[in-house]
Design a protein around this ligand. Structure first.
Ligand code: FPP
Length: 281
Protein backbone atom coordinates (compact mmCIF):
# COMPACT_ATOMS: atom_id res chain seq x y z
CA UNK A 1 0.00 0.00 0.00
CA UNK A 2 1.40 3.34 -1.00
CA UNK A 3 1.03 6.21 1.43
CA UNK A 4 2.85 8.60 -0.83
CA UNK A 5 0.38 8.93 -3.67
CA UNK A 6 -1.52 12.18 -3.73
CA UNK A 7 -5.22 12.26 -4.65
CA UNK A 8 -4.15 14.12 -7.80
CA UNK A 9 -2.26 11.07 -9.16
CA UNK A 10 -4.20 9.60 -12.06
CA UNK A 11 -4.93 6.03 -11.09
CA UNK A 12 -5.98 3.94 -14.04
CA UNK A 13 -7.41 0.50 -13.41
CA UNK A 14 -6.78 -2.51 -15.58
CA UNK A 15 -9.51 -4.91 -16.53
CA UNK A 16 -7.67 -7.71 -14.75
CA UNK A 17 -8.28 -6.05 -11.37
CA UNK A 18 -11.93 -7.08 -11.69
CA UNK A 19 -11.10 -10.79 -11.62
CA UNK A 20 -13.14 -13.23 -13.69
CA UNK A 21 -15.73 -11.54 -15.91
CA UNK A 22 -18.69 -12.89 -17.87
CA UNK A 23 -18.66 -12.61 -21.68
CA UNK A 24 -21.21 -9.78 -21.40
CA UNK A 25 -19.01 -7.88 -18.94
CA UNK A 26 -15.92 -8.48 -21.11
CA UNK A 27 -17.74 -7.03 -24.10
CA UNK A 28 -18.72 -3.90 -22.14
CA UNK A 29 -15.24 -3.52 -20.63
CA UNK A 30 -13.74 -3.58 -24.11
CA UNK A 31 -15.74 -0.47 -25.02
CA UNK A 32 -15.04 1.33 -21.76
CA UNK A 33 -12.20 3.86 -21.59
CA UNK A 34 -10.72 3.19 -18.15
CA UNK A 35 -8.86 6.51 -18.21
CA UNK A 36 -12.10 8.50 -18.59
CA UNK A 37 -14.25 7.13 -15.80
CA UNK A 38 -16.26 9.46 -13.56
CA UNK A 39 -14.34 10.52 -10.44
CA UNK A 40 -17.43 10.27 -8.26
CA UNK A 41 -20.51 8.09 -8.85
CA UNK A 42 -23.68 8.56 -6.78
CA UNK A 43 -26.50 6.01 -6.70
CA UNK A 44 -30.17 6.18 -5.72
CA UNK A 45 -30.80 2.48 -5.01
CA UNK A 46 -34.52 2.32 -5.71
CA UNK A 47 -36.92 -0.55 -6.37
CA UNK A 48 -36.22 -3.06 -3.59
CA UNK A 49 -39.89 -3.10 -2.58
CA UNK A 50 -41.11 -3.63 -6.15
CA UNK A 51 -38.57 -6.39 -6.70
CA UNK A 52 -39.94 -8.22 -3.65
CA UNK A 53 -43.57 -7.57 -4.59
CA UNK A 54 -43.05 -9.13 -8.02
CA UNK A 55 -41.89 -12.29 -6.26
CA UNK A 56 -44.66 -12.23 -3.62
CA UNK A 57 -42.00 -11.70 -0.95
CA UNK A 58 -42.02 -9.21 1.94
CA UNK A 59 -40.37 -5.84 1.18
CA UNK A 60 -37.48 -6.64 3.50
CA UNK A 61 -36.49 -9.53 1.22
CA UNK A 62 -35.94 -6.87 -1.46
CA UNK A 63 -33.67 -4.87 0.85
CA UNK A 64 -31.66 -7.97 1.72
CA UNK A 65 -31.25 -8.77 -1.93
CA UNK A 66 -30.28 -5.13 -2.51
CA UNK A 67 -27.23 -5.45 -0.29
CA UNK A 68 -25.83 -7.90 -2.84
CA UNK A 69 -26.08 -5.21 -5.55
CA UNK A 70 -24.45 -2.73 -3.15
CA UNK A 71 -21.57 -5.15 -2.56
CA UNK A 72 -20.99 -5.66 -6.30
CA UNK A 73 -21.21 -1.93 -7.06
CA UNK A 74 -18.83 -1.03 -4.22
CA UNK A 75 -16.24 -3.63 -5.16
CA UNK A 76 -16.40 -2.90 -8.89
CA UNK A 77 -16.05 0.87 -8.44
CA UNK A 78 -13.15 0.39 -6.01
CA UNK A 79 -11.36 -1.92 -8.44
CA UNK A 80 -11.95 0.45 -11.35
CA UNK A 81 -10.15 3.06 -9.20
CA UNK A 82 -13.13 5.40 -9.06
CA UNK A 83 -12.32 8.00 -6.38
CA UNK A 84 -15.68 8.14 -4.63
CA UNK A 85 -18.98 6.25 -4.57
CA UNK A 86 -22.02 7.52 -2.70
CA UNK A 87 -24.99 5.23 -1.96
CA UNK A 88 -28.34 6.58 -0.78
CA UNK A 89 -29.21 4.08 1.97
CA UNK A 90 -31.72 6.00 4.13
CA UNK A 91 -33.25 9.43 3.63
CA UNK A 92 -34.69 11.82 6.20
CA UNK A 93 -38.07 11.01 4.59
CA UNK A 94 -37.62 7.25 5.15
CA UNK A 95 -38.65 7.61 8.84
CA UNK A 96 -42.23 7.61 7.50
CA UNK A 97 -41.96 3.91 6.68
CA UNK A 98 -43.34 1.24 9.05
CA UNK A 99 -41.19 0.80 12.15
CA UNK A 100 -40.50 -2.86 11.33
CA UNK A 101 -39.05 -1.88 7.94
CA UNK A 102 -36.93 0.90 9.47
CA UNK A 103 -35.60 -1.47 12.14
CA UNK A 104 -34.81 -4.03 9.47
CA UNK A 105 -32.91 -1.49 7.34
CA UNK A 106 -30.85 -0.36 10.34
CA UNK A 107 -30.09 -3.97 11.31
CA UNK A 108 -29.16 -4.76 7.71
CA UNK A 109 -26.71 -1.88 7.59
CA UNK A 110 -25.11 -2.97 10.87
CA UNK A 111 -24.84 -6.54 9.63
CA UNK A 112 -23.32 -5.30 6.37
CA UNK A 113 -20.68 -3.24 8.16
CA UNK A 114 -19.77 -6.17 10.39
CA UNK A 115 -19.67 -8.83 7.70
CA UNK A 116 -18.14 -6.77 4.91
CA UNK A 117 -15.36 -5.11 6.91
CA UNK A 118 -12.68 -7.58 5.74
CA UNK A 119 -13.63 -7.00 2.08
CA UNK A 120 -13.77 -3.25 2.55
CA UNK A 121 -10.27 -3.37 4.06
CA UNK A 122 -8.98 -5.69 1.35
CA UNK A 123 -10.21 -3.27 -1.28
CA UNK A 124 -8.55 -0.38 0.57
CA UNK A 125 -11.88 1.48 0.93
CA UNK A 126 -12.34 4.46 3.25
CA UNK A 127 -15.81 4.91 4.66
CA UNK A 128 -17.76 8.10 5.26
CA UNK A 129 -21.36 8.61 6.28
CA UNK A 130 -23.41 11.53 5.00
CA UNK A 131 -26.39 12.77 7.00
CA UNK A 132 -27.57 13.63 10.49
CA UNK A 133 -25.78 10.69 12.07
CA UNK A 134 -26.34 11.97 15.63
CA UNK A 135 -30.10 11.31 15.22
CA UNK A 136 -29.65 7.60 14.48
CA UNK A 137 -30.14 4.86 17.11
CA UNK A 138 -27.10 4.66 19.44
CA UNK A 139 -26.04 1.21 18.22
CA UNK A 140 -26.01 2.35 14.60
CA UNK A 141 -23.98 5.43 15.56
CA UNK A 142 -21.40 3.21 17.28
CA UNK A 143 -21.04 0.97 14.23
CA UNK A 144 -20.82 3.93 11.88
CA UNK A 145 -18.05 5.51 13.94
CA UNK A 146 -16.21 2.23 14.19
CA UNK A 147 -16.39 1.69 10.41
CA UNK A 148 -14.97 5.18 9.80
CA UNK A 149 -12.18 4.69 12.33
CA UNK A 150 -11.21 1.24 11.06
CA UNK A 151 -10.97 2.41 7.45
CA UNK A 152 -9.59 5.91 8.08
CA UNK A 153 -6.07 4.95 6.98
CA UNK A 154 -7.15 3.41 3.67
CA UNK A 155 -6.00 5.19 0.53
CA UNK A 156 -8.39 3.78 -2.07
CA UNK A 157 -11.94 4.66 -2.96
CA UNK A 158 -14.04 6.73 -0.55
CA UNK A 159 -17.37 4.99 0.05
CA UNK A 160 -20.03 7.39 1.31
CA UNK A 161 -23.21 5.94 2.73
CA UNK A 162 -25.99 8.53 2.92
CA UNK A 163 -27.87 7.75 6.11
CA UNK A 164 -30.62 9.91 7.59
CA UNK A 165 -29.66 12.11 4.66
CA UNK A 166 -31.53 15.04 3.11
CA UNK A 167 -30.09 17.43 0.54
CA UNK A 168 -31.84 20.49 1.94
CA UNK A 169 -30.92 19.50 5.51
CA UNK A 170 -27.31 19.21 4.35
CA UNK A 171 -27.26 22.75 2.93
CA UNK A 172 -28.87 24.06 6.14
CA UNK A 173 -26.29 22.18 8.24
CA UNK A 174 -23.48 23.64 6.13
CA UNK A 175 -24.83 27.19 6.55
CA UNK A 176 -25.19 26.70 10.30
CA UNK A 177 -21.63 25.37 10.51
CA UNK A 178 -20.39 28.48 8.71
CA UNK A 179 -22.39 30.72 11.04
CA UNK A 180 -21.07 28.89 14.10
CA UNK A 181 -17.47 29.35 12.94
CA UNK A 182 -18.08 33.05 12.57
CA UNK A 183 -19.35 33.67 16.06
CA UNK A 184 -17.02 36.18 17.63
CA UNK A 185 -14.82 36.43 14.54
CA UNK A 186 -15.43 40.02 13.59
CA UNK A 187 -17.60 41.42 10.84
CA UNK A 188 -19.47 38.88 8.70
CA UNK A 189 -18.27 38.45 5.14
CA UNK A 190 -20.15 36.95 2.22
CA UNK A 191 -20.40 33.17 1.92
CA UNK A 192 -18.78 31.77 -1.22
CA UNK A 193 -19.68 28.64 -3.20
CA UNK A 194 -16.28 27.19 -2.35
CA UNK A 195 -16.88 27.76 1.37
CA UNK A 196 -20.35 26.22 1.26
CA UNK A 197 -19.05 23.17 -0.66
CA UNK A 198 -16.36 22.65 1.94
CA UNK A 199 -18.93 22.58 4.75
CA UNK A 200 -21.21 20.01 3.12
CA UNK A 201 -21.07 16.40 4.37
CA UNK A 202 -19.08 15.66 1.19
CA UNK A 203 -16.49 18.36 1.94
CA UNK A 204 -13.19 17.62 0.21
CA UNK A 205 -14.66 15.18 -2.33
CA UNK A 206 -15.19 15.97 -6.00
CA UNK A 207 -18.84 16.49 -6.97
CA UNK A 208 -20.50 13.43 -8.55
CA UNK A 209 -20.01 13.28 -12.32
CA UNK A 210 -22.61 10.55 -12.67
CA UNK A 211 -25.87 10.00 -10.79
CA UNK A 212 -27.48 6.60 -11.29
CA UNK A 213 -31.10 5.98 -10.31
CA UNK A 214 -32.60 2.50 -10.57
CA UNK A 215 -36.24 1.49 -11.11
CA UNK A 216 -37.21 4.23 -13.52
CA UNK A 217 -38.33 7.22 -11.44
CA UNK A 218 -37.25 10.57 -12.93
CA UNK A 219 -36.71 12.32 -9.62
CA UNK A 220 -33.76 13.59 -7.62
CA UNK A 221 -35.51 12.91 -4.27
CA UNK A 222 -33.57 15.43 -2.17
CA UNK A 223 -30.25 13.70 -2.92
CA UNK A 224 -27.00 15.70 -3.12
CA UNK A 225 -28.88 18.76 -4.38
CA UNK A 226 -25.88 21.07 -4.39
CA UNK A 227 -23.34 18.52 -5.62
CA UNK A 228 -25.22 17.22 -8.68
CA UNK A 229 -25.35 20.64 -10.35
CA UNK A 230 -23.44 19.32 -13.38
CA UNK A 231 -23.83 15.55 -12.97
CA UNK A 232 -24.92 13.34 -15.84
CA UNK A 233 -28.11 11.57 -14.78
CA UNK A 234 -28.62 7.95 -15.76
CA UNK A 235 -32.02 6.42 -15.00
CA UNK A 236 -32.54 2.72 -15.64
CA UNK A 237 -35.71 0.63 -15.38
CA UNK A 238 -33.68 -2.11 -13.69
CA UNK A 239 -34.74 -2.62 -10.06
CA UNK A 240 -31.90 -2.25 -7.55
CA UNK A 241 -31.65 -5.95 -6.59
CA UNK A 242 -31.24 -6.74 -10.33
CA UNK A 243 -28.48 -4.14 -10.79
CA UNK A 244 -25.68 -6.54 -11.73
CA UNK A 245 -22.11 -5.58 -12.62
CA UNK A 246 -22.96 -5.45 -16.34
CA UNK A 247 -25.66 -2.85 -15.60
CA UNK A 248 -23.09 -0.68 -13.79
CA UNK A 249 -20.69 -1.00 -16.73
CA UNK A 250 -23.52 0.06 -19.06
CA UNK A 251 -24.11 3.16 -16.94
CA UNK A 252 -20.40 4.02 -17.10
CA UNK A 253 -20.42 3.55 -20.89
CA UNK A 254 -23.46 5.80 -21.27
CA UNK A 255 -21.65 8.43 -19.19
CA UNK A 256 -18.71 8.31 -21.56
CA UNK A 257 -21.00 8.82 -24.55
CA UNK A 258 -22.39 12.06 -23.16
CA UNK A 259 -20.81 15.35 -23.91
CA UNK A 260 -20.08 17.46 -20.85
CA UNK A 261 -20.15 21.19 -21.40
CA UNK A 262 -20.71 22.81 -18.00
CA UNK A 263 -22.79 25.50 -19.68
CA UNK A 264 -20.02 26.40 -22.10
CA UNK A 265 -19.56 25.16 -25.66
CA UNK A 266 -18.10 21.84 -26.72
CA UNK A 267 -14.37 21.61 -26.11
CA UNK A 268 -12.55 22.08 -29.40
CA UNK A 269 -15.63 23.56 -31.08
CA UNK A 270 -14.90 26.38 -33.51
CA UNK A 271 -14.94 29.66 -31.64
CA UNK A 272 -13.66 33.15 -32.43
CA UNK A 273 -13.02 34.20 -28.88
CA UNK A 274 -11.75 33.02 -25.57
CA UNK A 275 -14.41 32.32 -22.90
CA UNK A 276 -15.50 35.57 -21.28
CA UNK A 277 -14.94 34.03 -17.81
CA UNK A 278 -13.18 30.98 -16.50
CA UNK A 279 -15.61 28.18 -15.65
CA UNK A 280 -16.52 28.03 -11.99
CA UNK A 281 -16.36 24.26 -11.85
C1 FPP B 1 -35.23 1.82 -1.98
O1 FPP B 1 -36.14 0.80 -2.31
C2 FPP B 1 -34.19 1.33 -1.09
C3 FPP B 1 -33.98 1.74 0.20
C4 FPP B 1 -34.80 2.76 0.87
C5 FPP B 1 -32.94 1.15 1.04
C6 FPP B 1 -31.62 0.87 0.38
C7 FPP B 1 -30.84 -0.02 1.24
C8 FPP B 1 -30.15 -1.11 0.85
C9 FPP B 1 -29.99 -1.54 -0.55
C10 FPP B 1 -29.50 -1.99 1.85
C11 FPP B 1 -28.44 -1.45 2.72
C12 FPP B 1 -27.41 -0.58 2.12
C13 FPP B 1 -26.08 -0.73 2.20
C14 FPP B 1 -25.18 0.40 1.80
C15 FPP B 1 -25.45 -1.96 2.64
P1 FPP B 1 -37.69 1.00 -1.97
O2 FPP B 1 -37.97 0.26 -0.71
O3 FPP B 1 -38.01 2.45 -1.96
O4 FPP B 1 -38.34 0.28 -3.21
P2 FPP B 1 -39.76 0.59 -3.85
O5 FPP B 1 -39.70 1.99 -4.37
O6 FPP B 1 -39.86 -0.42 -4.93
O7 FPP B 1 -40.76 0.42 -2.74
Amino acid sequence: MSHSHSPKTLQVATTSSLGPVTPEEANLLEKLDLARLPRHVAVIMDGNGRWAQKRHLPRIAGHRSGTQSARITIETCARLKIEALTLYAFSVENWRRPKTEIDFLMALLREYLRKEMPRLQKNNIRMRFLGRIDELPAGVQDDVREAMEKTAGNQGMVLCVALNYGGRAEIVDAMNAILAERNGHGAPHKVTEEQLSRHLYTGGLPDPDLLIRTSGEMRVSNFLLWQIAYAEIFVTETLWPDFARARLLEALLEYQKRERRYGGIREGAPSDEKPARAAGN
